[in-house]
Every structure is written in structure tokens, then in C-alpha cells.
Write a protein that binds this ligand. Structure first.
Ligand code: CP3
Length: 337
């Protein structure tokens, strides 16, 4: 084994590791005061388009917590905007789409993503790799279903009613939409891989809203067409509430399956034989006394040890009110446990 291989990549491939690698979804931004200071007066999407800001915000949690991976500061809707979709990210709400996508004509108006339109991402990745040393850089994108949900609903949604109605009631429109979104996502991830990210994570955050049958029929083929196009780097595939979808999500082509806090990692490992797992401390546990955090983190480590590889993470993103010092202490614990 090459000694210089980054620890996160070894765990992703199921190789021996000197310590369990750890990073946190949504570690960039949110809970960090230095992030809020840097972002003051600058819109979210504007900050994603500025390589100097992307680089600095991506590095902030690495410096502070000593995590094993940086996640590129961006958002799942960045490639959609770069492809010409009229949308914004509203603080405290999330992505809001000016003209929701409901018909074949709406779908046909979605243009492909030209790689040059996200050159700012490539520039940030190249700059980051000069700074990161042994810390892995994770690129990411939203999966077709989760992106489609924002486009069809027009914004965040609890029950994804319009999305499911389109998926079930107009499968031709649905597949045409997901085909275009998969194409945009492939291009966005290809730009990141070509610029030098070490691994990628495909966020299908809201896939857990679906039954396994609907997931397999209407979503899996599109996510698979994204994941299969990137064989050179480890691929992490994550969603929330996906206990019943873990096997299907791993079949879509993942090397590592991300698991939320509802499913113990040893149970998850049994559902995705041969794959590494990522997760899965409940982000709310970080608000309990340290003794509880430590006990829960040790449980997650013990359960994760049942998989061929384990990347420690939360079961979903860092909550905005989280005390950053608890995250730092947690990284120390994972590295020395
Ligand atoms: O640290 C990191 O994880 C890197 C950056 C990152 C952001 N968004 C920055 C962001 C990543 C990986 C994402 C992914 C993302 N974006 C997902 C998948 C991950 C998940 O949490 O399930 C989803 C569903 C989105 C869509 C999105 N963007 C939402 C729902 C929101 C609002 C939620 C909120 O907490 O405000 C955003 C906005 C967003 N993306 C912010 C950040 C730092 C907040 C921006 C602001 O309002 O200033």
C-alpha cells in the first residue's frame, strides 16, 4: 500500500487505516463564525462563483477541526444555475426556482451544462489541491431525484407531492427531466474530477421519501448513469431516511454508502455487502453533554468496524447552532479512539 494515500481514500477502498477518517457533511459554513464573517453581505450563489471565497470557506473547517476531508464549498443547485435555470438560494429557506418544471416543454427548456460555465469550480479545486496536503478533497453534486424535487416543487418541500405526481403520472416527462439532470450532474462532477478532487459524493438527500419499488423504477437508472461515468475516484452515495434503499443505492454504483442515524452501521453494512459505509452520528447528539457524545461516537465506531471500511461522519449535515468546539473535540476522539 502506498503510504501517501490519503486515509479517507484507503477507508473508501476498504484498505487498512492508521485511524478512522472523519469529516462532517455541511462542515463548511453554518456553524463557523469565521464563515459568517466572510459571507457578510455576499449572496450564497455569488460566493459559490468566487474561487477565492470557495477556497477559503472550504479550508476553514480543515484548519479548525483537523478533519480528514474538505468538502468543496458549493451547492447542489450551482450547476443548474450555470446551465441557465433561473433560481436563487434564499437564506434560511433554501433553493427557490422562478419557473417550476411541470411539462415536457419546461423540461425541453433545460439546457445542458457547458463545462466552461463552471470553470470557477475547476479553478477553486486546483487552488485547494495546492493547499490540502494529506487532506482529501471531496467534490459533490445533487442526484437527479433531489434536483428534480427542487425544480418541480419550485423550492423546498416536505412531502414531494408534485414531484411524485409527475413521476407516477407522467413517466415520459419524468424520465426526460431526470435524463437532462443526470447529464448536467455528470458534467459538473466530471469538471471536478478532471480538476483534481479525490472523491465525489452524490447527494440524493430526499430519496428516502420513496418506496424501494419507485426508487428502483424511476430513480436508480438515472443515478447509476451518473455514478458509472466516474470510475476513477471513490464514489459516496448518500440520502436521508434510506434504510430500505441502502442496497439499491449501493447497486447504483457507489463505493461507499452514506447512512443516516436511523440505521446502525452494522445493520447497514449487512445490506451493502462488500461496500464501505459513511456515517452516522445523529447531528442532534452534539447538543447533549460531552459524555453522551463520546459514548454515541464510540458506538458508531464499533458498529462501523463491521463494514469493510468506515468513514466517520454525522447522519446528516451539521446543524447551524452546533458548537464548533464540540466538532473539534469529536475529531480528536475519532483520531485517537
Ligand atoms: O460543508 C458543506 O457541506 C459544503 C457545502 C454545501 C452546501 N450545500 C452549502 C450551503 C453542500 C455539500 C450542500 C449540499 C446541499 N444543498 C444539499 C445536500 C446535502 C443535505 O444537506 O442533504 C441540499 C439538499 C442542498 C440544497 C440547499 N441549499 C438547502 C436545503 C439550503 C438551505 C438550508 C439551510 O440550512 O440554510 C441550501 C443553502 C446552503 N447551501 C447554505 C450553505 C452554506 C446556506 C446558505 C445561506 O443561506 O447563507
Amino acid at each position: 500500500m502506498d503510504d501517501t494515500t490519503k486515509v479517507l481514500l484507503r477507508a473508501a477502498r476498504g484498505e487498512a487505516v492508521p485511524h478512522t477518517p472523519v469529516w462532517f457533511m455541511r462542515q463548511a459554513g453554518r456553524s463557523l463564525p469565521e464563515y459568517r464573517e466572510l459571507r457578510a453581505g455576499i449572496g450564497m450563489l455569488e460566493s459559490c462563483r468566487r474561487p477565492d471565497l470557495v477556497t477559503e470557506i472550504t479550508l476553514q473547517p480543515v484548519r479548525r477541526h483537523g478533519v480528514d476531508a474538505a468538502i468543496l464549498f458549493s451547492d447542489i443547485v450551482v450547476p443548474l444555475q450555470a446551465a441557465g435555470v433561473d433560481l436563487d438560494i434564499v437564506a434560511g429557506t433554501g433553493p427557490v426556482v422562478a419557473h417550476p418544471v411541470r411539462t415536457m416543454a419546461d423540461v425541453e427548456a433545460i439546457r445542458p451544462l457547458e463545462p466552461e460555465a463552471v470553470e470557477f469550480v475547476a479553478e477553486a479545486v486546483r487552488g485547494l489541491q495546492r493547499e490540502l496536503g494529506q487532506t482529501a478533497l471531496i467534490g459533490f453534486a445533487g442526484a437527479p431525484f433531489t434536483l428534480a424535487s427542487y425544480l418541480v416543487e419550485g423550492g423546498p418541500s416536505k412531502h414531494h407531492v408534485l414531484t411524485k405526481a409527475l413521476m407516477l403520472g407522467a413517466p415520459d416527462v419524468w424520465h426526460a427531466l431526470c435524463t437532462r439532470l443526470a447529464d448536467i450532474t455528470r458534467t459538473f462532477l466530471r469538471v471536478q474530477v478532471d480538476a483534481g478532487v479525490d472523491a465525489i459524493q452524490l447527494f440524493d438527500s430526499w430519496a428516502g421519501a420513496l418506496s424501494e419499488a419507485d426508487y428502483r423504477r424511476s430513480v436508480l437508472p438515472h443515478s447509476a448513469s451518473v455514478l458509472r461515468s466516474l470510475p476513477e475516484v471513490p464514489r459516496i452515495h448518500f440520502g436521508v431516511g434510506t434504510a430500505e434503499l441502502l442496497a439499491a443505492m449501493s447497486e447504483a454504483g457507489a463505493d461507499v454508502v452514506g447512512v443516516d442515524w436511523r440505521t446502525p452501521l452494522d445493520v447497514a453494512a449487512g445490506r451493502v455487502p462488500g461496500k464501505a459505509v459513511q456515517g452516522n452520528l445523529d447531528p442532534a447528539v452534539l447538543f447533549a453533554p460531552w459524555e453522551v457524545v463520546e459514548q454515541e461516537a464510540r458506538r458508531v465506531l464499533a458498529e462501523g468496524a463491521k463494514a469493510p471500511g468506515h468513514i466517520f461522519n454525522l447522519g446528516h449535515g451539521v446543524l447551524p447552532e452546533t458548537d464548533p468546539d464540540v466538532l473539534t473535540r469529536l475529531v480528536e476522539l475519532i483520531h485517537t479512539a
